[in-house]
Design a binder for this molecule. Sequence first.
Ligand code: ADP
Ligand code: MG
Length: 374
Amino acid sequence: MASLKLEHIKKAYDKNVVVVHDFNLEIKDKEFIVFVGPSGCGKSTTLRMIAGLEDITDGTLMIGDRVVNDVEPKDRDIAMVFQNYALYPHITVYENLAFSLRLRKMNNEEVHRRVCQAAEILGITEYLGRKPKALSGGQRQRVAIGRAIVREPQVFLMDEPLSNLDAKLRNQMRAEIILLRKRIDTTFIYVTHDQTEAMTLGDRIVIMKDGYIQQVGTPQEVFETPKNLFVAGFIGSPQMNFLKARLVKEGAGYAVELYGIRIPLSAEKCERLAARGVGSREVVLGVRPEHTQLRFEREEQSIEATLRVNEMMGSELHLHADLEDGTSVILRIPTLDLSENQRADLRYGNRLRFSFPEKVVQLFDPETEESLLF
Ligand code: ADP
Ligand code: MG
């Protein structure tokens, strides 16, 4: 069993410098968990505490039903893959893979079995006789992952394993990690600053900022119901638009008003707001660029903006526009939804109108930055 439990985990390098605060998380056996957040938010530190490479200042770390705070890294039954894959340059790929097994005095037959199996899983069998310098970046990274696989660990830790690869290779290796996970059915904890990696790889995502967990959830949960402004802005690309709006309570219902339009809220949203005892107030309305629509009929309820930049992305346009008060918005519009004339009109300085359905609206408290709908 390789479930993990982190209870009130804290890391302080110094009395006054706490870099991980009260981290609480239960990871299920065979779950793929991703820690994601901006650089410096404490992802690597947390992972290194799990690996045993860093002391835990406070709290309890359990692997299975064993408390491992004071267990040596080598006795935790985990393997870690790092960003800078640090292969031994003077020995072959085969010996790089075999290295940790030989250290453990494993017999040659078993070493051979494990090395061949890992090489097979990663598609590097034909390179086993080469030295690392004769490999591409992607191949080297596979060897680095192979060194972890041969140990057949209960828990796989990966710290930004794809950050050193170029964009194309990164996409390819991301897909390979999904396949790898299917083939070696074990618990994974994966660290990245890249929200796309987090969304595509994780069964659940742990979003961190400044040493605090902001939200834990499935990719769909954190995308559809972000708990606060930070999560809303961090997940999704281009970033969610945030607009000043006024929430108006009328009887049992609510509506939001912004830039001359009025959107009555659904019964579901009204219930949540009522349950929180929210009254009429200023709010931040969040709407994702891909959830906006251009409007060409004057009478429709829509917001006017002035186009600043029209980025042609192929299948869609990214329109950067300014509202009357100078607030910037980004709209993502499928190219095929527009006629030739409509597209030709999307030029710098021209006016456009857009709207969005009630269903996609997020509402936040401008002071606390918490979602009012969570
Ligand atoms: P991430 O992996 O999310 O980018 P880290 O876990 O590496 O972040 O770092 C979290 C914070 O801890 C950062 O502010 C970093 O400067 C600090 N930190 C990391 N290692 C040490 C150390 N050995 N001594 C003091 N501070 C450190
Ligand atoms: Mg890091």
